[in-house]
Write a protein that binds this ligand. Sequence first.
Ligand code: 1GP
Length: 243
Amino acid sequence: MSTPWADWDHVLKVDPDKSLVEGETFEDVCRTGTDAIEVGGTMDVTTEKMQRVIDACRKHDVPLYQEPSNPAVVVEDDALDGYLVPVVLNAGDPFWITGAHKEWVRIADLDWARTATEAYVVLNPEASVAEYTDADCDLDADDVAAYATVAERMLGQDIVYVEYSGTLGDPDVVAAARDALADATLFYGGGVRDYDAAYELGEVADVVVVGDLLHDEGVDAVEETVRGANDAHAGRSRTANRT
Ligand code: 1GP
Protein backbone atom coordinates (compact mmCIF):
# COMPACT_ATOMS: atom_id res chain seq x y z
CA MET A 1 0.00 0.00 0.00
CA SER A 2 1.22 3.53 -0.67
CA THR A 3 1.59 5.82 2.33
CA PRO A 4 -0.65 8.86 1.77
CA TRP A 5 -0.77 9.51 5.54
CA ALA A 6 2.82 10.73 5.34
CA ASP A 7 1.32 13.99 4.02
CA TRP A 8 -1.64 14.24 6.38
CA ASP A 9 -2.00 16.70 9.25
CA HIS A 10 -5.49 15.83 10.41
CA VAL A 11 -7.84 12.87 10.35
CA LEU A 12 -11.50 12.92 11.26
CA LYS A 13 -12.78 9.71 12.79
CA VAL A 14 -16.48 9.13 12.25
CA ASP A 15 -18.17 6.70 14.62
CA PRO A 16 -20.93 4.98 12.64
CA ASP A 17 -22.82 4.34 15.88
CA LYS A 18 -23.10 8.05 16.69
CA SER A 19 -25.18 10.69 14.97
CA LEU A 20 -24.18 14.05 13.57
CA VAL A 21 -25.20 17.29 15.22
CA GLU A 22 -28.74 18.26 14.21
CA GLY A 23 -28.89 19.99 10.84
CA GLU A 24 -25.45 18.84 9.69
CA THR A 25 -24.84 16.46 6.80
CA PHE A 26 -21.99 14.28 5.60
CA GLU A 27 -21.43 16.84 2.88
CA ASP A 28 -20.58 19.31 5.68
CA VAL A 29 -18.38 16.68 7.31
CA CYS A 30 -16.44 16.12 4.09
CA ARG A 31 -15.87 19.88 3.76
CA THR A 32 -14.12 20.39 7.08
CA GLY A 33 -10.70 20.38 5.41
CA THR A 34 -9.59 17.19 7.11
CA ASP A 35 -7.07 15.14 5.14
CA ALA A 36 -8.94 11.87 5.51
CA ILE A 37 -11.99 10.34 7.11
CA GLU A 38 -11.65 7.11 9.05
CA VAL A 39 -14.90 5.29 9.67
CA GLY A 40 -14.73 3.20 12.79
CA GLY A 41 -15.77 2.85 16.38
CA THR A 42 -15.30 0.46 19.23
CA MET A 43 -18.82 -0.30 20.42
CA ASP A 44 -21.97 -1.46 18.64
CA VAL A 45 -20.59 -1.12 15.12
CA THR A 46 -22.31 -3.13 12.40
CA THR A 47 -21.69 -3.42 8.66
CA GLU A 48 -25.01 -1.66 8.02
CA LYS A 49 -23.99 1.34 10.09
CA MET A 50 -20.56 1.37 8.42
CA GLN A 51 -22.11 1.19 4.97
CA ARG A 52 -24.45 4.07 5.73
CA VAL A 53 -21.52 6.40 6.47
CA ILE A 54 -19.53 5.19 3.44
CA ASP A 55 -22.52 5.78 1.18
CA ALA A 56 -23.05 9.26 2.58
CA CYS A 57 -19.39 10.20 1.97
CA ARG A 58 -18.74 8.38 -1.30
CA LYS A 59 -19.53 11.23 -3.67
CA HIS A 60 -17.40 13.75 -1.81
CA ASP A 61 -13.80 14.36 -2.51
CA VAL A 62 -12.09 13.29 0.69
CA PRO A 63 -10.01 10.14 1.19
CA LEU A 64 -12.12 7.55 2.97
CA TYR A 65 -10.81 4.67 5.06
CA GLN A 66 -12.43 2.04 7.16
CA GLU A 67 -10.91 1.26 10.53
CA PRO A 68 -12.49 -2.11 11.31
CA SER A 69 -12.61 -2.97 14.99
CA ASN A 70 -13.10 -6.65 14.15
CA PRO A 71 -13.41 -8.85 11.04
CA ALA A 72 -17.19 -9.01 11.30
CA VAL A 73 -17.66 -5.32 10.45
CA VAL A 74 -15.43 -5.10 7.38
CA VAL A 75 -17.18 -3.54 4.41
CA GLU A 76 -15.92 -4.15 0.89
CA ASP A 77 -16.59 -1.08 -1.16
CA ASP A 78 -14.78 0.70 -3.99
CA ALA A 79 -15.55 4.03 -2.36
CA LEU A 80 -12.96 3.19 0.28
CA ASP A 81 -9.38 4.24 -0.31
CA GLY A 82 -8.33 1.54 2.06
CA TYR A 83 -8.41 -0.18 5.42
CA LEU A 84 -6.43 0.96 8.43
CA VAL A 85 -6.40 -1.99 10.78
CA PRO A 86 -5.57 -1.44 14.45
CA VAL A 87 -2.97 -3.62 16.11
CA VAL A 88 -3.05 -2.80 19.83
CA LEU A 89 0.50 -3.29 21.01
CA ASN A 90 -0.30 -3.01 24.72
CA ALA A 91 -3.48 -5.10 24.65
CA GLY A 92 -3.78 -7.63 27.46
CA ASP A 93 -5.89 -9.80 25.22
CA PRO A 94 -3.86 -11.10 22.26
CA PHE A 95 -7.02 -11.18 20.18
CA TRP A 96 -6.41 -7.45 19.56
CA ILE A 97 -2.75 -7.95 18.66
CA THR A 98 -3.00 -10.76 16.11
CA GLY A 99 -6.10 -12.84 16.92
CA ALA A 100 -8.75 -10.78 15.14
CA HIS A 101 -6.36 -10.32 12.25
CA LYS A 102 -5.77 -14.04 11.91
CA GLU A 103 -9.53 -14.62 11.78
CA TRP A 104 -9.97 -11.96 9.11
CA VAL A 105 -7.18 -13.41 6.94
CA ARG A 106 -8.61 -16.89 7.43
CA ILE A 107 -12.09 -15.97 6.22
CA ALA A 108 -11.44 -13.29 3.63
CA ASP A 109 -9.36 -12.52 0.58
CA LEU A 110 -7.75 -9.28 1.65
CA ASP A 111 -6.92 -6.53 -0.79
CA TRP A 112 -3.33 -5.98 0.34
CA ALA A 113 -2.83 -2.98 -1.91
CA ARG A 114 -5.45 -1.17 0.17
CA THR A 115 -4.71 -2.61 3.61
CA ALA A 116 -2.35 -1.19 6.22
CA THR A 117 -2.03 -1.49 9.97
CA GLU A 118 -1.87 1.10 12.72
CA ALA A 119 0.26 0.18 15.75
CA TYR A 120 -1.78 1.50 18.66
CA VAL A 121 -0.57 2.30 22.13
CA VAL A 122 -3.74 2.81 24.18
CA LEU A 123 -3.21 5.14 27.15
CA ASN A 124 -6.55 6.19 28.64
CA PRO A 125 -7.70 3.40 30.98
CA GLU A 126 -11.22 4.90 31.08
CA ALA A 127 -11.73 4.57 27.32
CA SER A 128 -13.87 1.75 25.99
CA VAL A 129 -11.00 0.71 23.68
CA ALA A 130 -8.82 0.18 26.77
CA GLU A 131 -11.48 -1.88 28.47
CA TYR A 132 -12.29 -3.84 25.33
CA THR A 133 -8.66 -4.78 24.67
CA ASP A 134 -7.68 -5.11 28.34
CA ALA A 135 -4.86 -2.66 27.62
CA ASP A 136 -2.07 -2.03 30.09
CA CYS A 137 -2.21 1.77 30.26
CA ASP A 138 0.20 2.07 33.17
CA LEU A 139 3.01 3.26 30.93
CA ASP A 140 5.46 6.13 31.24
CA ALA A 141 7.08 8.07 28.41
CA ASP A 142 9.97 5.61 28.15
CA ASP A 143 7.56 2.69 27.81
CA VAL A 144 5.64 4.47 25.07
CA ALA A 145 8.87 5.35 23.26
CA ALA A 146 9.93 1.72 23.50
CA TYR A 147 6.61 0.57 22.06
CA ALA A 148 7.10 3.03 19.19
CA THR A 149 10.51 1.51 18.50
CA VAL A 150 9.11 -2.02 18.67
CA ALA A 151 6.42 -0.98 16.20
CA GLU A 152 8.75 0.60 13.69
CA ARG A 153 11.98 -1.38 14.01
CA MET A 154 10.77 -4.84 14.97
CA LEU A 155 7.32 -5.02 13.44
CA GLY A 156 7.90 -2.75 10.44
CA GLN A 157 4.88 -0.60 11.17
CA ASP A 158 4.44 2.56 9.14
CA ILE A 159 1.84 4.14 11.44
CA VAL A 160 2.21 4.43 15.21
CA TYR A 161 -0.94 5.67 16.96
CA VAL A 162 -0.80 7.12 20.47
CA GLU A 163 -4.41 6.82 21.59
CA TYR A 164 -5.89 8.74 24.53
CA SER A 165 -9.46 8.45 23.21
CA GLY A 166 -11.77 10.69 25.27
CA THR A 167 -9.11 12.65 27.11
CA LEU A 168 -6.29 14.99 26.13
CA GLY A 169 -2.96 13.22 26.36
CA ASP A 170 0.36 14.27 27.79
CA PRO A 171 2.35 16.02 24.99
CA ASP A 172 5.61 14.88 26.59
CA VAL A 173 4.58 11.26 26.18
CA VAL A 174 3.61 11.88 22.56
CA ALA A 175 6.92 13.67 21.99
CA ALA A 176 8.76 10.66 23.41
CA ALA A 177 7.08 8.46 20.82
CA ARG A 178 7.94 10.93 18.08
CA ASP A 179 11.58 11.08 19.13
CA ALA A 180 11.79 7.30 19.00
CA LEU A 181 10.60 7.13 15.39
CA ALA A 182 12.70 7.53 12.28
CA ASP A 183 10.27 7.34 9.37
CA ALA A 184 6.97 6.02 10.63
CA THR A 185 4.05 8.44 10.81
CA LEU A 186 2.87 9.28 14.32
CA PHE A 187 -0.88 9.62 14.81
CA TYR A 188 -2.21 11.18 17.99
CA GLY A 189 -5.87 10.89 19.02
CA GLY A 190 -7.84 11.82 22.11
CA GLY A 191 -9.68 14.80 23.59
CA VAL A 192 -8.79 17.33 20.89
CA ARG A 193 -11.68 19.78 21.06
CA ASP A 194 -10.34 23.15 19.93
CA TYR A 195 -7.67 24.99 17.97
CA ASP A 196 -5.20 25.17 20.84
CA ALA A 197 -5.30 21.46 21.62
CA ALA A 198 -4.92 20.58 17.94
CA TYR A 199 -1.98 22.97 17.68
CA GLU A 200 -0.31 21.66 20.84
CA LEU A 201 -0.62 18.00 19.88
CA GLY A 202 0.12 18.82 16.25
CA GLU A 203 3.47 20.13 17.37
CA VAL A 204 4.44 16.69 18.67
CA ALA A 205 2.51 14.35 16.36
CA ASP A 206 2.43 14.10 12.58
CA VAL A 207 -1.32 13.56 12.37
CA VAL A 208 -3.97 14.77 14.82
CA VAL A 209 -7.05 12.54 14.94
CA VAL A 210 -10.35 14.06 16.06
CA GLY A 211 -13.36 11.90 16.89
CA ASP A 212 -16.11 12.68 19.40
CA LEU A 213 -16.00 16.43 18.76
CA LEU A 214 -17.78 15.90 15.44
CA HIS A 215 -20.67 14.12 17.09
CA ASP A 216 -20.79 16.40 20.16
CA GLU A 217 -20.24 19.86 18.72
CA GLY A 218 -20.21 19.59 14.95
CA VAL A 219 -18.30 20.63 11.89
CA ASP A 220 -17.36 24.21 12.88
CA ALA A 221 -15.53 22.91 15.93
CA VAL A 222 -13.82 20.27 13.79
CA GLU A 223 -12.73 22.94 11.31
CA GLU A 224 -10.97 24.77 14.14
CA THR A 225 -8.96 21.64 14.91
CA VAL A 226 -8.03 21.27 11.24
CA ARG A 227 -6.65 24.81 11.35
CA GLY A 228 -4.77 24.06 14.55
CA ALA A 229 -3.14 20.93 13.13
CA ASN A 230 -2.30 22.65 9.85
CA ASP A 231 -0.79 25.67 11.58
CA ALA A 232 1.32 23.46 13.86
CA HIS A 233 2.75 21.71 10.83
CA ALA A 234 3.12 24.73 8.58
CA GLY A 235 6.63 25.13 7.31
CA ARG A 236 8.18 22.16 9.02
CA SER A 237 9.37 18.99 7.45
CA ARG A 238 8.14 15.79 8.98
CA THR A 239 11.41 14.74 10.51
CA ALA A 240 12.84 18.19 11.21
CA ASN A 241 11.90 18.26 14.88
CA ARG A 242 12.90 14.72 15.63
CA THR A 243 16.04 14.31 17.66
C1 1GP B 1 -10.49 7.92 18.93
O1 1GP B 1 -8.29 8.83 18.73
C2 1GP B 1 -9.64 9.02 18.38
O2 1GP B 1 -10.07 6.68 18.41
C3 1GP B 1 -10.12 10.39 18.74
O3 1GP B 1 -10.42 10.54 20.11
O4 1GP B 1 -12.89 10.88 20.26
O5 1GP B 1 -11.35 11.74 22.04
O6 1GP B 1 -11.41 12.80 19.77
P1 1GP B 1 -11.58 11.53 20.56
